[in-house]
Design a protein around this ligand. Sequence first.
Ligand code: NOJ
Length: 722
Amino acid sequence: MTAGRPLLRLQALIASLLPLGLALTNLFQPAPALAADYNRDIVYQIFTDRFFSGRSDNDDPSQSSGLFDGSHKNWRAYWGGDLAGIKAKLDYIKGLGVTAIWISPVIDNINKADNDVTGKMVAPYHGYHARDFMRVEEHFGDPANTFADFDALIEAAHRAGLKVFVDMPFNHTSPYNHGEYGALFSSGQYRSDVENDKNKYFNHLPAVTDFNNRFQLQYHTIFYLGDLNQENSYIDTYLKIAAQKLRDHGADGTRLDAAKHTNWAWQETLSSLLYEKGDHLILGEWWMSGLDDPLYRDAVKFANRGGVSLFDFPLAMAIREAFKGKAGGDLQAVARVVSREDIDFNDSRSLLTFIDNHDLARFQSINPDPKDLHLALALLFTSRGIPIVYYGTEQYLHDDTAGGEDPYDRPWMNSFDAGSPGYTLIKSLSALRSGCPPLVLGRQETLHAAADDYVFARRAGSDCAVVALNKSRDKTLRLEGLQTGLADGVYPGKFALGGGQSELVVRDGLGRLEVAPQSLIVWAGDNCAKGKDGAAVPVIGAVRPPKVAGGTSVTVYGRGFGETQGKLTVGDETLSVSSWHDDKIVFNAPRKSLGAVRVDIATAGGVDSVPVKLFVSEGRLINVRFTCEDAPLQEGEQIFLTGNASSLGMGRTTWMDAAGPMIYSDDERKYILCVPMPAGKTVDVKMVILDRAGSVVKQESAAHKYQVPAEGSWQNNLNWQK
Ligand code: NOJ
């Protein structure tokens, strides 16, 4: 990292990018993005190359000829799907009732094949082998690598009321051991490659061998891919410009590919930059095996501080396990995940839920029974979180070769039958979810869980839905004495899948129900909890963006706020609002209450909501690497950084609030930690040592005063003050 005056460095960087037609912001005419509550979205995931071909002049473009296989025999070749193809099928997608699409990376990928061990051609048909983040891949857009088809897709999708989320592999370029050797280009101009990297644009460390080692995860390589060094000022700026470019071209959300492997703090600086211009969905791919994943807490911390909606891997794994094979798994594990995540995440309703994707065998490859697929989908759509349907699920698309794992989980979309039972089911599940507020707004509370059955309530103020799933193939589920929260009465099923209708009877406050084998039923009522004298209970559905700079605009979505202004409390401050309506309150984030703060609403009638957390930062954040060589650390202890900045926990010293833990760099033989710090501010930073239980063992006697630079990436060494 070179030192130097921030302004001069910024100017030098801009100068180096300007010949490429780039400036930091506002170069593009933003296509109007579709704002509004992302927690209400239903997403359709598209693997662009395998979906539909909208034009043929981009099948085998001259700059990368030979990577195409129109016969669809080589599963690792381009097969012809493109952005124009997605645009051509928007009516079909919209007909499912979804509100958004997530598309695989669109940026320009390498032009040369990598051959596999058998000599077979391997192409970057998936989009994860980038060469130029400033351009669109010629196989997906046009042969001149322009944004024309991307813009056309965004425009048409927005006109249809569909948001577009775009995948971005910020972690890496392409394989460094063949093909283009990880080369990086900017708008067509060569910048560097892994073997010839005099400016340190890449990390040069071996493959990750320990997937629970925080240093290896972020700085070592995966899949032999050129590992970009986000702490390098050029790469920091380059990637942020690329991200803003997609946003300015109208993307409504950005997927952080391989988030666990990309500098965690840098991604937090990126999210605040993206949120500077207003709301945007940031989807984080942090692979986890389940709640017992050793880095589960790190993932929670990353999501809460970064304002990132994580893909809900623990839930997906639990659902898949529960439905796998004839003997079945255990739905109690599903219930455990839901309860635990509800406590840990700032808003578990913003987690992205799924049952399969392009990196997992399709659901029907692990369980071919269409009835079980239907039940799993119904569980997904009635549970909290933003549900994602992987393309082709509605047509029962699956190829079970090699267990259906990558690449066989990416078959060609061979049917667009809007009358298929799967299509019809998803359409009705979308309608159910969109038309039943507790299924979007409500917390998820377990009423009963066993190996084959799971009954839960979704409560949102006075509205309540009860969902009962019985996945047994032969046993009827009969339960009584359930505390559903519904008032006494007889409730017909609002939605039923499988064995016919069944009523939910509530007497003396206790519910009785019956569910046939392989069935799921939903009941709903608007007579759950009431406030004093029957007043409506305010329900916060979402606080967006989930991470903001003090002083900037925040929207609280929900219902029951009343048309008469009540009270808004954020952290310790009662704030004035810009507007107050029954379903939406707009205010400016506080400047004093920083870090993780609670947002509370009380109606004019004095009824309180359940609070939701928001992360408030000082302003633009830059990535600062702190190092330390002399901390008096004992076995089992960890070093954290605390201090008077949002990312330092505002002086708090708990595991979740303070920044850290610092990680040991095998490479430099010292402790390091990147922290998103408030640009240009002077802050106090103090090292604190926590034991395994999270209690403070030692802390420095005095804080270090640190002047955060105005831009870029930086580093600062701390010597332990006794
Ligand atoms: C995760 C993506 O989902 C996967 O498909 C890809 O191969 C890796 N990240 C590397 O980009």
